[in-house]
Design a protein around this ligand. Structure first.
Ligand code: FE2
Length: 479
């Protein structure tokens, strides 16, 4: 049963209001969230959703709407504005990021008396709050942190006392945070940070579950075309999906496979890659990938996103594959941009390849590639998948920041690290979906121990996870 407050918040997050009659009517339906999504998608005119509006949709359907097997909710990638010069375009990107994360933070009860960043210094002897984007983090010789933040009004520098709880969680450049501050009466002293509030997950958010038996297999990083592609493990996985292996009753319920990027190994991705390639032509790599996909039953819908090894622009968010490549792939495979948020039988999944790990991990001393879900929790806390500008990950200068996590998914899946991990964080299932390639030189160099050929099979009726290990032989971990 959906929570009343969750539904109200869902409409608020989409800048709509729900009148009490409409709320009661929605709550009386078997699938209030699905009906709400349909209304929001199709009705662009009514700011206030009344019982009459809901009734119109019910009359049109006469029964709860059929939940589609796959429904795109939001692609991170959007078409760039042609005329904008780079500086303007990046300004638009950061303005959009700030605006959307500010919207999430401004109603937080911890942040009382929110003032523009430029006016903080004028509130001497007061406790105020600000919402700002982290511009710079410095340490003083006494190990206090000096944090410079900006917002559209200007910038200010505040002090995070050494050894205070607020200094324990590192600040990342370009993340948006809320701060509760004490502005000292003494002249020349920096305002002190008393509390840090990150956008995080709103308490009563909505959640979707499938009403009928449905399972999704989550995998990632196939790297088809590499000499290290795990042919045997792949054959084991597809045999399982065809019901020719262990747990055929589990396989029978699989309606979707999600692949979180690096579909092929690509060419020219790193120096001397040629010596690691079995297939040296990019078109032939995708042709082979298409062949591999056809080994999955055609009744299973496959949803895939590109990664940094795929033949699309590397700046994030990435667009879907070009039509020329798509025509090599089977019709039951949908390639969408990286990241993308979509619903599978009513369960909202956000798939992100995960290159953001490469920027976030070096900035958080405790973060490790082997513990990907720890980093994913931080992504949700920031409500951003890869905020840092100008480091390793190129960001695409789009008018809408497609790396902002909105809406909050039921399942967040990443790849890229070639490790694996699962964890439930405040109701969101976090999955780092392993890889179908053996250990690479690059990983040996970075001392990252991969955990390949692991498939997560998720029951969409309850988000229960079965992990199947296809590495070196028939699946282990099967019931
Ligand atoms: Fe990869």
């Amino acid at each position: 049963m959906m929570e009343k407050n969750g539904l109200i918040r869902f409409f608020e997050e989409h800048n709509r209001l729900l009148d009490p009659g409409a709320l009661d009517l929605l709550l009386s339906q078997a699938h209030p969230l699905d009906l709400s999504r349909t209304i929001l998608e199709e009705d662009r005119e009514d700011i206030v959703i009344t019982a009459k509006v809901v009734g119109r949709y019910l009359a049109g359907t006469r029964r709860p709407p059929e939940v589609p097997s796959f429904r795109m909710i939001a692609q991170g990638y959007s078409v760039p504005t042609r005329s904008a010069e780079p500086r303007e375009a990046f300004h638009a990107l950061f303005t959009d990021r700030f605006r959307r994360l500010h919207h999430l933070l401004r109603s937080r009860s911890e942040l009382k008396n929110i003032v523009p960043v430029s006016s903080v210094a004028g509130h001497v002897g007061e406790e105020v709050s600000l919402i700002g984007m982290v511009k710079e983090v410095r340490s003083t010789k006494n190990r206090h942190l000096l944090l410079t933040l900006d917002d559209p009004s200007g910038e200010t520098t505040v002090l995070v006392p050494a050894d205070s709880p607020q200094s324990k969680e590192p600040f990342l450049p370009d993340e948006v945070v809320g701060l509760r501050l004490w502005v000292s009466k003494e002249e020349g002293k920096f305002a002190r940070v008393k509390e840090v509030v990150r956008p995080g997950l709103s308490g009563g958010r909505t959640s979707g579950r499938s009403a009928k038996p449905s399972r999704t297999v989550f995998i990632s990083d196939l790297h088809v075309g590499s000499k290290m592609f795990l042919h045997d493990s792949w054959d084991q996985l597809t045999a399982f999906l065809r019901g020719e292996s262990v747990n055929p009753e589990l396989a029978q319920e699989v309606r979707h496979v999600v692949i979180a990027g690096d579909l092929v190994d690509g060419i020219g991705i790193y120096p001397n890659q040629e010596k690691d390639l079995e297939i040296t032509d990019i078109i032939e790599q995708y042709r082979e990938f298409g062949r591999r996909m056809r080994e999955i039953p055609s009744t299973v819908q496959i949803v895939a996103i590109p990664g940094n090894h795929d033949a699309v622009c590397p700046a994030e968010p990435q667009p879907p594959l070009a039509n020329e490549l798509l025509k090599l792939l089977p019709p039951n495979l949908e390639v969408v941009g990286n990241p993308s948020t979509f619903a599978l039988d009513g369960v909202v999944v956000e798939a992100y390849h995960g290159r953001g790990f490469d920027d976030i991990i070096p900035n958080i001393p405790s973060a490790r590639y082997e513990r990907p879900t720890e980093v994913m929790k931080r992504m949700l806390a920031m409500r951003h998948l890869s905020p840092i500008f100008g480091d390793k990950i190129p960001l695409a200068p789009l008018a809408r920041d497609g790396l902002v996590v909105d809406p909050v998914p039921d399942v967040l899946v990443t790849g890229h690290t070639h490790t694996s991990g699962e964890e439930v964080y405040r109701g969101v299932l976090l999955l780092n979906a392993s890889a179908w390639i053996g250990e690479t030189e690059y990983q040996r160099m970075r001392n990252v121990k991969p955990d390949p050929a692991q498939a997560y099979v998720v029951d969409l009726t309850n988000l229960g996870v079965t992990k199947l290990d296809f590495f070196g032989g028939p699946p282990k971990g099967a019931r």
